[in-house]
Design a protein around this ligand. Structure first.
Ligand code: ATR
Length: 269
């Protein structure tokens, strides 16, 4: 039961009504009989939200669109990982000090590594936005050979300049796409309600590849449908959502969650 001693965690984002994070975290708290609760907030701006977290003593915060970059200005510290990625998706309240970190890259690597060891593999990252940065960081940590394919080449060049020796390429370079061991869509292309589009032509995908889409709504995107048709191994986007939340749970509570219970929430949505 919620009492005056209950520890409060939250997610901040806008919009937030459709977030599955509260159900995921609360299901795991309940399973572990933890005196924790996780709620969703839709603040007007990052500054006021961080002030609220501080003054109300919220112990752990998940940060989502559009606040991942802006919160960095108002928290007390940002760890090296979040600095390199350039975004915070997690705030830990350590005795009143708000520390920002990022678990998105760990979530993505855990999802991929259920299917393939990424070390030394040629990986095509599609897109060059914030999500691409988190993935490129993770893949670089795992010693993969990363190539960033983006519609606007200049944006890909900007990203790779921060991640030596990552290369950039044109999104239409089918031969180069085909030569990758792993392809990852980090753009929002294919997300509801524009479900019928894929970030690359189906010819870019081969049966030898592992194909991962970070889009999780719908679960099976057009890109993954193309991959399935090609006979590739596929990795669903909801797995990244799951594993980034698992890392947050560990940071918030200091304990290991029941992952199956968290996954069930995502599968039964
Ligand atoms: P986020 O921070 O969520 O990753 P973002 O910074 O807006 O989002 O980045 C979106 C990425 O998706 C960009 O790389 C963008 O390509 P451009 O740099 O050419 O804009 C890519 N993207 C968005 N819509 C796209 C589309 N229809 N086809 C191909 N790439 C697209």
């Amino acid at each position: 039961m919620i009492s005056s001693g209950t520890k409060v965690c939250c997610i901040i984002g806008n919009p937030i009504a459709h977030s599955l994070s509260p159900q995921m975290h609360n299901a795991a708290y309940e399973a572990a009989h933890l005196d924790f609760v996780y709620v969703a907030f839709q603040p007007k701006n990052a500054k006021d939200a961080v002030m609220g977290i501080r003054s109300l003593g919220i112990v752990g915060t998940s940060v989502t669109v559009p606040f991942k970059i802006e919160v960095m200005r108002y928290i007390d510290e940002t760890d090296e990982t979040a600095q390199k990625i350039g975004a915070v998706n997690t705030i830990i309240n350590k005795n009143g000090t708000l520390i920002g970190t990022n678990t998105d890259w760990i979530g993505a690597m855990k999802a991929l590594e259920e299917k393939i060891n990424v070390s030394g593999k040629k990986v095509g990252v599609i897109g060059a936005g914030g999500a691409a940065r988190a993935l490129t960081y993770g893949l670089s940590q795992k010693k993969a050979q990363v190539c960033v394919f983006n519609r606007t080449r200049k944006k890909a060049d900007q990203l790779v300049s921060d991640f030596h020796p990552v290369k950039s390429a044109d999104l239409k370079d089918i031969n180069l796409l085909q030569s990758m061991d792993i392809l990852i869509n980090t753009t929002s292309v294919g997300m509801e309600p524009d479900e019928n589009v894929s970030p690359i032509a189906p010819e870019g995908i081969t049966s030898q590849q592992v194909v991962f889409d970070i889009v999780y709504k719908p679960q099976e995107t057009k890109f993954l449908q193309h991959a399935k048709k090609a006979g590739a191994t596929i990795v669903y986007g909801y797995k990244m959502l799951l594993y980034q939340a698992v890392e947050q749970y560990k940071l918030f509570t200091g304990l290991q969650p029941n992952i199956d219970i968290m996954e069930k929430v995502l599968l039964n949505r």
